[in-house]
Design a protein around this ligand. Structure first.
Ligand code: NAD
Ligand code: UDP
Ligand code: UDP
Length: 315
C-alpha cells in the first residue's frame, strides 16, 4: 500500500522541495501549512497531482489525520520572520511538536523533527558535533527560535523514551536554494537579490562571522535518508555542508557569480549573532552514508538563475 506522508511547513522553502522528492519516490503527500512564511507558489505545480493534498492549518492546534510518516518542518526559519512574533514562534515549535507527537503516538507514525544548528547557539566548540550541548542566551532575541527548537528536541526524546515513538531529529545547518522567498531576510537570498537588482549588499558586523551553506537538494536527500534509517537511530544528527566561509567571502562570491557592480556596505551586527558555525557530519557519513554533493559555487549559480527568472517575471 502507498504510504501517506505528512509534511508540516510543506509550502515553505525546504518543505516544498521535500514534497517534490517524496512524490517522486511514490508516496502520497499531505502538506499542512498556515502560509505564515510559505507560499502557494512553492507548491502550485503540485496542486493537480492526485497524490498531493494541501491543507491550510496551524500546527499549534490539534490535527487529526491518518498518516504513516510525519516530517515536522512548520516554523519560520529566518531571523526577521521568527522575531516578528516571537511568542508565536515558540508556540509553533513547542505546541506544534506536542500536537505532531500526539498525532504520531495515536497513528503509530514515525516522526522527524527539523531541528537546527541554532541549538548550539554561539558555539565554543568548533566544528560542532552532536555531543555539544550548546551556548544559547535564553532571554535574547533569538531565544524564541533556539529555545523553542531545543524544547522540541526534548519533547521528541521524551516521547521516544516514555511512549516508544520512532523519532528522528535532524539538526539542519544553513541551507539555501531556489524557492527561498526573495524578501526572506536570510543572507544568501538577500545577497543574490541585491546583486541582481544592482543594490548594495549589506554585510552585518565585520563580515568575519562564518556559516557553512548547504544546497537544498543535498539537505532533502539527508532528511529522507534519516527518515529511512533504522528505527533504533533517533539522532540527533547534523545535516549541513562542512565547507565554511565568512559572510564577506559569500558577498564577494555572489558579486563574482552575478557579475554585479553592486557595492558591499557595512551594517550593525544583530544581537546574539553566532560568530562561527560548521557542522561535524561524521555521524551522518557513518549512519546515513550521506554527505553534500553540491559545491557552493554550483549551488549559488542554480539559485542565482532561479532569482534571475523570478525578478524578470515580476518586472
Ligand atoms: P520557511 O519559512 O520557508 O518554511 C517554514 C514553513 O512553515 C512555511 O511554509 C510556514 O508558512 C510554515 N509555518 C510556520 N508556522 C506554522 C504553523 N504554526 N503551522 C503551520 N505551518 C507553519 O523555512 P525553511 O527554511 O523551509 O525551514 C523549514 C524548517 O527547517 C523549519 O522548521 C526550520 O526551523 C528548519 N531549518 C531550516 C534551515 C535553513 O537553513 N533553511 C536551517 C535550520 C533549520
Ligand atoms: N493530538 C493531535 N492529533 C492526534 C492526537 C493528539 O493533534 O491525532 C494532540 C492532542 O491535542 C494532544 C497532543 O496531541 O494535546 C498530545 O497528545 P498526547 O496523546 O501525547 O497527550 P494527551 O492527549 O494525553 O494530552
Ligand atoms: N547577514 C548579513 N547580511 C544580510 C543577512 C544576514 O550579513 O543581509 C549575516 C547575519 O548577520 C549572519 C549570517 O549573515 O551572521 C547568516 O544570517 P542568516 O539570517 O542567513 O542565518 P543565521 O544567522 O540564522 O545563521
Amino acid at each position: 500500500m502507498r504510504e501517506t506522508v505528512l509534511v508540516t511547513g510543506g509550502a515553505g522553502f525546504l518543505g516544498s522541495h521535500l514534497c517534490d522528492r517524496l512524490l517522486a519516490h511514490g508516496s502520497d503527500v499531505l502538506c499542512v501549512d498556515n502560509f505564515y512564511t510559505g507560499s502557494k507558489d512553492n507548491i502550485r505545480h503540485l496542486l493537480h497531482n492526485p497524490s498531493f493534498e494541501l491543507m491550510r492549518h496551524d500546527v499549534t492546534f490539534p490535527l487529526y489525520v491518518e498518516v504513516s510518516r510525519i516530517y515536522n518542518l512548520a516554523c519560520p526559519a529566518s531571523p526577521i520572520h521568527y522575531q516578528h512574533d516571537p511568542v508565536q514562534t515558540t508556540k509553533t515549535s513547542v505546541h506544534g511538536a506536542i500536537n505532531m507527537l500526539g498525532l504520531a503516538k495515536r497513528t503509530g507514525a514515525r516522526i522527524l523533527q527539523a531541528s537546527t544548528s541554532e541549538v548550539y547557539g554561539d558555539p565554543q566548540v568548533h566544528p560542532q558535533d552532536e555531543s555539544y550541548w550548546g551556548r544559547v542566551n535564553p532571554v535574547g532575541i533569538r531565544a524564541c527560535y533556539d529555545e523553542g527548537k531545543r524544547c522540541a528536541e526534548t519533547l521528541f526524546f521524551d516521547y521516544h523514551r516514555q511512549h516508544g515513538l520512532e523519532v528522528k531529529v535532524a539538526r539542519i545547518f544553513n541551507t539555501y536554494g531556489p524557492r527561498m522567498h526573495p524578501s526572506d531576510g536570510r543572507v544568501v537570498s538577500n545577497f543574490i537579490v541585491a546583486a541582481l537588482k544592482g543594490e548594495a549588499l549589506s554585510v552585518f558586523g565585520d563580515g568575519q562571522q562564518t556559516r557553512s551553506f548547504c544546497y537544498v537538494d543535498d539537505l532533502v536527500d539527508g532528511l529522507v535518508r534519516l527518515m529511512d534509517s533504522p528505527a533504533d537511530f533517533p539522532g540527533p544528527i547534523n545535516l549541513g555542508n562542512p565547507v565554511e566561509c565568512t559572510v564577506r567571502e559569500l558577498a564577494e562570491l555572489v558579486l563574482e557569480l552575478t557579475g554585479s557592480r553592486s557595492v558591499i556596505q557595512s551594517r550593525p551586527l544583530p544581537a546574539d549573532d553566532p560568530r562561527q558555525r560548521q557542522p561535524d557530519i561524521t555521524r551522518a557519513r557513518e549512519h546515513l552514508r550521506w554527505e553534500p554533493q553540491t559545491a557552493l559555487r554550483k549551488g549559488l549559480s542554480y539559485t542565482i538563475a532561479y532569482f534571475d527568472a523570478l525578478l524578470a517575471n515580476a518586472a
